[in-house]
Write a protein that binds this ligand. Structure first.
Ligand SMILES: C[S@@+](CC[C@H](N)C(=O)[O-])C[C@H]1O[C@@H](n2cnc3c(N)ncnc32)[C@H](O)[C@@H]1O
Length: 296
């Protein structure tokens, strides 16, 4: 159990705190509050008067964060929002540091009824924000073959995209695909045995692909990379932790472009990854990559 309330262990905490510099009297944005793990560290280190503006769009995570951050009183301001709206309600050049810790929090993965994990049996929901109007099941049962294939290929980087998409269409004609275990079985049956890895479940990429599409994760990241840094003061810093190569590439390329344009200075030439010790302690941290830049 970590400091994240429901057992979400925050990743790369010391590294993030060092980059953000965390000083009293300063204002930080935690754009992906989750269980409030990183936010509570920032608040501890910026006592007595540092402020955290926390954003989270998942109602369940938000109530965990509210509990975890209660002791800090009005030093925390919490908004239930998609982080893409950040520039609409924060003044330009008003923030000293911001953090995006992308991906899922443990409560989302561990609760079978959220449908993110193929480990338990649950409905194919996969919405991080319960206000999103279509679930993974809606997409899986309604989208045309070509679009399913594109999702699997692009967001899942799945080499068996065509076969899986075809199998989904065949199966849904028999009976709509509604549960995590049914989707998992379809993928398992379609990928030839000899390509099943022992380390990674063959359904991992398929689940990742639909999750990214349901929540429009890459679109959201793209939007906030374009505009989010403008709320930083000059000298303010942005830290982004990503968990798969598509996101990391977007962050890397945008930081490089902004550096060329003279807007930002990159502080991490290479992404910072968790120490061996952290990876052992918290297996979820294994794929984490942190990149940080400073507004010029
Ligand atoms: C990895 S968790 C963050 C964990 C947090 N740093 C902690 O220490 O507890 C990522 C969180 O970001 C939220 N999230 C993802 N995309 C979002 C978006 N576009 N707007 C708001 N919250 C988002 C997810 O719902 C999830 O709770």
């Amino acid at each position: 159990m970590g400091t994240g309330g429901f057992g979400h262990v925050p990743v790369l905490v010391e590294e993030v705190m060092t980059f953000l510099r965390c000083e009293p009297g300063c204002t930080y944005v935690d754009a992906t509050l989750g269980g409030g793990g990183h936010a509570s560290e920032i608040l501890k280190r910026t006592a007595p008067d540092g402020v955290v503006i926390g954003i989270e769009w998942d109602e369940e995570a938000l109530s965990e964060a509210r509990n975890a951050l209660m002791p800090f009183g009005d030093r925390v301001k919490i908004f239930r929002e998609n982080f893409i709206h950040l520039p609409d309600f924060l003044r330009k050049e008003s923030v000293d540091g911001m953090l995006f810790d992308l991906g899922l929090s443990s409560i989302q993965v561990e609760k079978a009824e959220r449908g993110f994990s193929f480990k338990g049996e649950g409905p194919l929901d996969m919405r991080m924000d319960q206000r999103i109007n279509r679930t993974a099941a809606d997409l899986i049962n309604r989208l045309p073959l070509e679009e399913l294939e594109t999702i699997l290929f692009h967001y899942g980087e799945e080499r068996w995209a065509k076969r899986i998409a075809r199998a989904i269409v065949q199966e849904r004609e028999r009976d709509p695909i509604r549960t995590t275990q049914r989707l998992r079985k379809i993928v398992h049956d379609v990928i030839p045995r000899r390509f099943h890895s022992r380390r990674i479940d063959p359904a991992t990429r398929t689940f990742q692909a639909f999750r990214i599409r349901v929540n429009e994760e890459l679109d959201n990241l793209g939007k906030i990379l374009e505009t989010g840094w403008k709320v930083l003061k000059r000298g303010g810093r942005i830290c982004i932790i990503s968990f798969h190569s598509l996101e990391d590439r977007m962050v890397k390329e945008t930081f490089r472009r902004l550096e060329k344009q003279g807007e930002m200075r990159i502080l991490t030439k290479k992404p910072v990854v968790p120490s061996d010790e952290e990876q052992r302690r918290n297996p979820r941290s294994r794929s984490a990559k942190l990149r940080c830049a400073e507004r010029v």
